[in-house]
Every structure is written in structure tokens, then in C-alpha cells.
Design a protein around this ligand. Structure first.
Ligand code: GLV
Ligand code: MN
Ligand code: MN
Length: 408
């Protein structure tokens, strides 16, 4: 194995201490003390790997190792270091640390690349804090707009204010944008977060494409009232309405093979035991590999909800939080990854990604490629998320062999 699997494994655990919860899971949101500590440790690792290190205007940490031709476009290896609430230790950090390991292993083996290699630890892929994710990768691709920075967290703090608080300059965010001519490809190692590889008995696989998440926030306005004194046929109960809509969302989504819908947050106002909920708000995360299918579901559930609310004289507001197009992985990079697997006597196996990843933001920017590592029981976004040391090593080695072929 070209990479040092034990070093990668020990760094994964060392990095996981920032934001570690009693459950064993990690809560590490963007622009927090925990994230800062994680970024500092990543910078230390990058320096140990022989890279020059900087932080860009968005707060992404970038390590760079020059090639023999510094005018040649760079190969980027990236992932994120934020987490969901009570997330696992692998989702994101594995890709960042594997990138660093690849560069360090190349340096130790005195591999001379022609193209520069950059490793990027992106800020806020998950969107857990602001309901808006992939902030760092959008900034790098030049698609992060000033209005995006006005999205707020649960305390009403905007992304712009949180950036400022951590010493960044939100009005200079466009300085994080790169020219696509300076980038040859983007590759990422990630845990699968599903059971395909486990069922196939394979340690790692090559990603064919990434499903696109559409995030919306739905607010239904009914009428608060007395829970005891209001007969059932005289209510405008916003929660009962929301439940009907949510049930329809489930039924509609199940008609499509690859579509998934999740109501991850729901809240009612005013929130009294004996008060009919006057206002109900919930979020919807709707995804599909096929944008057309996702559009059809969106259309069906929106018109159902609007007509039901109109019939019962309730207001409904649907606010778009983020709409990310599904992203196919580059055929050329997939072929290089296949060759990498064969070099390692590994059967190449191909699978789609239901989860979103930073690489999606580079779909119109540069060719992207991803490798997945087998997840134990397919569990992720959960403290018991797990992949073995050996599987992480295999995944990082595929990235090594891929980057070697893309840079030399
Ligand atoms: C990130 O993990 C996402 O797919 O929401
Ligand atoms: Mn995740
Ligand atoms: Mn992730």
C-alpha cells in the first residue's frame, strides 16, 4: 500500500476530539471554536505533509504542493470538516485527511508530479447551522452570492456575521473563487453512508453521480385556539394540515425509485399543550439523481399543499433554502479510478451517491471524481457511523493511484 494507513487512522481519531459529544458523536458547526481547532490541526498536518498552507476568504483551508510545472492546472483533493449535530467522525474528515496522506506519501516516496496538488478542507458542507450547505465549495467555484450570506442560524446570526465574528471578511468572499483554467480535476474520498459496498463485500467503490438536494422550509398558518372549546370541524389546525401534506410527500416520493424525502425539522407555535397550533413550520430535504423526477415530485406536492390549504382557508409559504442540481461524475476520472483499482487488484464497483458532497459545486467548473469507502451497516449522520481502518486505507490508496495518474 502506497499510503500510511495507520497515520491516516490516528489522525482521524485525533481530529475527532474537536466537538466530541458524550454519545461518541461529533457536533462541529461552521465558524465555531471547535471548527477553528479542527482547522488548525488540519493546517499542522498539511505542513507535515510538505504543503504550503493558506486559508482563503471563505475560511477554507488549502494546502498546496507544487509540481514541476507550476503553470499547469492543479488537481484538487477535498472534503469538509464540519458535521451534522451528533454526526460521526468519518463524514468529511476522512476525505480531507486522505488527501493530506496522499500528498505526504508521495513526498516520502519522492514522487515528482508535473501538476500541483492541492488539498482542501471546506467549511460548512453539511448546512447544519444555516440550513444552507457547501458554503466553502460554492465560494471556490464562484457561485456563492452575497444574498446567500444573509441566511441565518437558529439564533438569527447571518452567515456574514458569523464569518466576521471569526475574522473573515464576507464582502471579500469573491476572492475565494478560482479560475477553472487553474484546476484540472477535483477528487474526493468519502464514506458511502449506505449499504451497497457492504452487501457487495467490497471495501471501496467508484461513484457514478451525486443526487441533488432541494431544501425548502414550509410554513402553514392556521388559527390558534382553545384545545377544549373548539369543535373539530371549526378548527384551522396548522399541524394537522402539515401532517396531511407530509404524508402526501411520502406517498408521492415513494413512486420514484431513487427519490428520497425527509422532514428533518418541525415546530409549532405557540406550542401550548391546550392550544391548537396556529403556525407549523417544517423543512423538506428532497433528492434524486434525476433532476426531472425531483421537479415532478416538487410540482405534485406543491400543488397538492396549495390547493388543500386554499380549501381550508389556511396560508402556506414555501421558502427555498437551497437547490443543488444532481452531479454526474466525470467518465474520464471514473476510468482513471477504475485503472487505479485494477492496479491494486481490486474489483472496480460503481455506485451512485444519495448524499450530497462538495464536488457537486464543481460540476460546471472541472471534472469531478469520487471514491466511497464501505460503511458499517450503512449508518451515517449518527455517532455509530463506522468504516474500518483497512477500508479507509484502501479508499485512500485508490485516491493516491488516481492522483498519481492525473498529475504525472
Ligand atoms: C450531506 O451529508 C448531505 O447530503 O446532506
Ligand atoms: Mn454529511
Ligand atoms: Mn460529507
Amino acid at each position: 500500500m502506497a499510503i500510511n494507513q495507520a497515520r491516516l487512522w490516528s489522525r482521524l481519531h485525533e481530529l475527532s476530539q474537536f466537538g466530541k459529544q458524550a454519545s461518541g458523536g461529533v457536533t462541529r458547526f461552521s465558524f465555531t471554536k471547535e471548527e477553528r481547532q479542527a482547522k488548525d490541526l488540519v493546517m499542522t498536518y498539511m505542513k507535515e505533509a510538505g504543503m504550503t498552507v493558506r486559508e482563503d476568504a471563505a475560511g477554507n483551508v488549502i494546502g498546496r504542493k507544487e509540481g514541476s510545472d507550476n503553470t499547469a492546472p492543479a488537481v484538487l483533493i477535498g472534503s469538509h470538516i464540519d458535521s451534522v449535530p451528533e454526526g460521526g467522525i468519518f463524514d468529511g474528515p476522512l476525505g480531507v485527511l486522505a488527501g493530506i496522506e496522499v500528498v505526504q506519501a508521495m513526498s516520502e516516496a519522492a514522487v515528482e508530479t508535473v501538476h500541483p496538488v492541492e488539498v482542501i478542507a471546506f467549511i460548512d458542507e453539511e448546512g447544519s447551522r444555516f440550513g444552507f450547505g457547501m458554503i466553502g465549495s460554492r465560494a471556490l467555484a464562484g457561485t456563492l452570492l452575497p444574498e446567500h450570506l444573509q441566511q441565518t442560524d437558529q439564533n438569527g446570526i447571518t452567515i456574514a456575521a458569523a464569518m466576521q465574528e471569526s475574522g473573515l471578511h464576507p464582502d471579500e468572499i469573491n476572492k475565494a473563487a478560482r479560475y477553472s483554467e487553474t484546476v484540472k480535476a477535483y477528487v474526493e474520498l468519502h464514506i458511502e453512508q449506505g449499504k451497497v459496498l457492504e452487501r457487495a463485500g467490497q471495501p471501496a467503490g467508484i461513484v457514478t453521480g451525486i443526487a441533488g438536494p432541494l431544501w425548502t422550509r414550509w410554513t402553514i398558518e392556521g388559527e390558534a385556539g382553545h384545545a377544549g372549546a373548539t369543535p373539530m370541524n371549526q378548527r384551522k389546525d396548522s399541524l394537522m394540515m402539515a401532517l396531511q401534506i407530509i404524508q402526501f410527500i411520502e406517498e408521492e416520493t415513494k413512486k420514484y425509485t431513487n427519490a428520497v424525502a425527509t422532514i428533518g425539522q418541525i415546530s409549532v407555535k405557540p406550542g401550548g399543550v391546550n392550544v391548537i397550533p396556529g403556525e407549523t413550520t417544517f423543512t423538506l430535504d428532497l433528492r434524486d439523481i434525476e433532476e426531472r423526477d425531483r421537479d415532478q415530485i416538487e410540482e405534485a406536492i406543491t400543488s397538492y399543499a396549495q390547493s388543500l390549504c386554499a380549501d381550508r382557508e389556511m396560508n402556506i409559504k414555501i421558502e427555498e433554502l437551497q437547490r443543488v442540481a444532481p452531479a454526474p461524475c466525470s467518465k474520464e476520472i471514473r476510468a482513471v479510478m477504475e485503472e487505479a483499482c485494477l492496479t491494486m487488484s481490486l474489483e472496480p464497483i460503481f455506485l451512485p451517491s444519495g448524499a450530497g458532497h462538495d464536488g457537486m459545486q464543481f460540476n460546471d467548473f472541472c471534472p469531478i471524481g469520487m471514491v466511497f469507502v464501505r460503511s458499517k451497516n450503512g449508518i451515517s449522520h449518527n455517532p455509530s457511523e463506522w468504516s474500518s481502518e483497512e477500508d479507509c486505507g484502501v479508499g485512500a490508496s485508490i485516491i493516491y493511484e488516481t492522483v498519481l495518474r492525473l498529475t504525472t
